[in-house]
Design a protein around this ligand. Sequence first.
Ligand code: BG6
Length: 490
Amino acid sequence: MTSQTIPVEPFDLVVFGATGDLAERKLLPALYQRQRAGQFSESTRIIGSSRSELSDEQYRAFVNEAIETHVAASEIDAGELKRFLQRLFYVSADATSGRGFEDLKAVIGDSPNVRAFYLAVAPSLFGEIVNRIDNHGLAAPTSRVIVEKPIGRSLETAHEVNAVIGRVFDEARIFRIDHYLGKETVQNLMALRFANALYEPLWNSAHVDHVQITVAESMGVEGRADYYDKAGALRDMVQNHMLQLLCLVAMEAPSSLDADTVRDEKLKVLRALKPIDSSNADRMTVRGQYRAGASNGGAVKGYLDELPSGVSNTETFVAIKAEIANWRWAGVPFYLRTGKRLASRVSEIVIEFKPIPHSIFGEQAGHVYANQLVIRLQPDEGVKQWLMIKDPGPGGMRLRHVPLDMSFAESFNVRNPDAYERLIMDVIRGNQTLFMRRDEVEAAWRWIDPILAAWEERGLAPQGYTAGTWGPSASIALIERDGRTWHESV
Ligand code: BG6
């Protein structure tokens, strides 16, 4: 089975931070893949910009190396790569002094292409860059701007970031990336819920016992300690990715896939989250920080050993029992957990249905497990519906818990595109469905801020966990107190 590629309109994508980590590891490889898929029209250009002084040729050499490093050798086609490199241009510019912005204007010229500006830079530069774009007349009425998280580090600072960008670009032209929304399986969650009649009648507190959302990473902070230590797992993963996943699981059926219709439904979920503050934070949340241990088959340092100062109160793990106060979900806990240096890299959503009300099978039939729907986001993307069946054979009625297993790799045999491939093309198409609206980001912070304040107020320090395990024992206690267990994510 092959997927269909619909070419997008010709575009000029200006990437600020063109020699940075995000551009090198994610954006340029994603753009190359779209070139290879035949999605670009002839006059499409990618204009890199950063402070370094580089010629077009030097930038092309940088990109060539980025592609060779970050794209599988089997996916590098010399002809396509050459054509891709020819689309690249480079302008050295400095937003603080304004140097280079007139050069950028000259390169953009009066091209009728769709224009988009990707701010792949530190958020502290967003304001200066959008003001320069405005002052130098670089933005056409339909130009778009793309920004990455973190959008602030609290409600107040998110508001400031949004206001700065909003002074130059209308909301309909601001594309706030949460790359989780570009993941194939995350979009599949919508297909599963709304393209099948089977689940929706059961998707509520009458039939669902609880939901678990796990985003576990086996890596540590990998040279990002400077950013990470100021953020921590709650800001880095929960405020954005985890809450977006929770919204897609919990939202009402939108009446269409239209961007605002979907985002209106997600916003209602965020607003219905029950507050966690100093009155309940010690019961509803767990913070952890990894200590030395073993990961990916080798000994690894503890978090503190990765910091120059050797001291920190930042959490590298968080588990939360979230509750949604509405008719559909009242009484159904959503257990969230995410962390670095956990036992394996796995992201999944588990919908656990209620147990059967009465068993007709005797004890010898074995335990009757509750049905679970497990949506595996990564790795080994797929969906498993766990059911009880009779053990095959003539030996009496014994029950077995087995999955109806759909692995996407096995079923479709296609390359799983990176989230950025989908998202950047959606910007060019002007489709905001998979991007976060300003009020969503702010509503998420409105729920997160009191948790951060409660940790501070109550002095809730992170508890140590050994690298390569599933986090602090308090995380196990958080769910076991309710008579439930974390799904074994292996
Ligand atoms: C980023 C976080 O947003 O997501 C990182 O800042 C994290 O800390 C990453 O590692 C995880 O993304 P993925 O796609 O590898 O699951």
